[in-house]
Design a protein around this ligand. Structure first.
Ligand SMILES: Nc1nc2c(c(=O)[nH]1)N[C@H]1C(S)=C(S)[C@@H](COP(=O)(O)O)O[C@H]1N2
Ligand SMILES: [Mo]
Length: 304
């Protein structure tokens, strides 16, 4: 049987909510087909994940980084509820055939929403396993028409001080900005998530639409996106602007390159309990077979 994008992770790695259990079969089946079609063959399991701890909806939605709502892990769940996510529009500009201010619904209308169970690794050295629902970014970019010569995609998050208490302080240079090289953006693992566990994505996780790039540190996965720009220059990105010595543009998960202030060799699994052992961090967060070729010729022992 063909394996899914989730490669070594299965639905058993994610704590099912009661209603979720009933849909498991259908979803797993649908994903098997989609995964096989987009990768063109079976994926080999890379590691033995028998010890992988599942993450609950509760864990995924109460331990967050979303500085627009405050800098503690609890702030997003506490304050993001007040964010208005409807209507929502996304400005698409730069080197595209069809620039414009798109209603979100129009931008993603009729594109395939897939289930993707991905590891999620924050640069702070904690991790989770999250069952996203999302659309391949590639599908959205094809819809707006990427022009020849475009090399990067830049993203911006909403700034709305009336609903985002965190942006009233200059913790970062708002808006939160992120970017990908075009080939990273077009990679089938890169998704724009609109759901978790089959439910509309909660505000604290980046409603109504956020990027998910599973082989990169979590800060690359920008939330609540209102602007997408195609450009031929590497775009400025928030954490790199804030501290370029500690956060590079690429920020691929790499256990062999430590953060200047802590090791990246292992990670604390959220939900593992107070005395849980840290688990080893995997090269490209476990997606090495799928993405290593994007970085051929780059010295991966270097900080980027
Ligand atoms: N706009 C915005 N996007 C953001 C952040 C943020 O503060 N603002 N934090 C990033 C960081 S550091 C991480 S680890 C992830 C956390 O995603 P999660 O809360 O859904 O787990 O979101 C990323 N995207
Ligand atoms: Mo993070």
């Amino acid at each position: 049987m063909a394996r899914r994008w989730t490669n070594d992770l299965t639905w058993n790695d994610v704590t099912p909510k009661s209603h979720w259990l009933n849909r498991r079969q259908i979803i797993a089946g649908a994903l098997g087909a989609a995964g096989a079609a987009s990768i063109g063959g079976p994926l080999a399991a890379q590691v033995d994940n028998d010890n992988l701890q599942p993450n609950t909806f509760e864990e995924i939605t109460t331990y967050n980084n979303f500085y627009e709502f405050g800098t503690s892990k609890e702030d997003p769940a506490r304050y993001a509820g007040q964010l208005t996510t409807q209507p929502w529009s996304i400005q698409v500009d730069g080197m595209v055939d069809n620039p414009g201010d798109y209603a979100l619904a129009d931008l993603i209308d009729r594109l395939d929403v897939e289930e993707r169970i991905y590891r999620f690794r924050c640069v702070e050295a904690w991790s989770m396993v999250i069952p996203w629902n999302g659309i391949e970014l590639k599908d959205i970019l094809e819809r707006v028409g990427v022009q020849e010569g475009a090399k990067y995609v830049a993203f911006e998050t909403l700034v709305r001080p009336s609903e985002m208490p965190g942006v009233r302080r200059a913790v970062l240079d708002w808006p939160y900005r992120e970017g990908l090289r075009l080939d990273e953006a077009m990679h089938p693992l890169t998704i724009m998530a609109t759901g978790i566990y089959g439910e509309t994505i909660p505000n604290q996780n980046g409603a109504p639409i956020r990027l998910v790039v599973p082989w990169k540190y979590g800060f690359k996965s920008i939330k609540s996106i209102v602007r997408i720009t195609l450009t031929d220059e590497e775009p400025p990105t928030s954490w790199n602007m804030a501290n370029g010595r500690e956060y590079g543009f690429y920020s691929n998960v790499n256990p062999n390159v430590d953060h200047p202030r802590w090791s990246q060799a292992s990670e604390r699994v959220i939900g593992g309990g107070l005395f849980a052992q840290r688990q080893p961090t995997l090269m490209f967060n476990g997606y090495e077979n799928e993405v290593a070729s994007l970085y051929e010729g780059m010295d991966l022992s270097e900080f980027y």
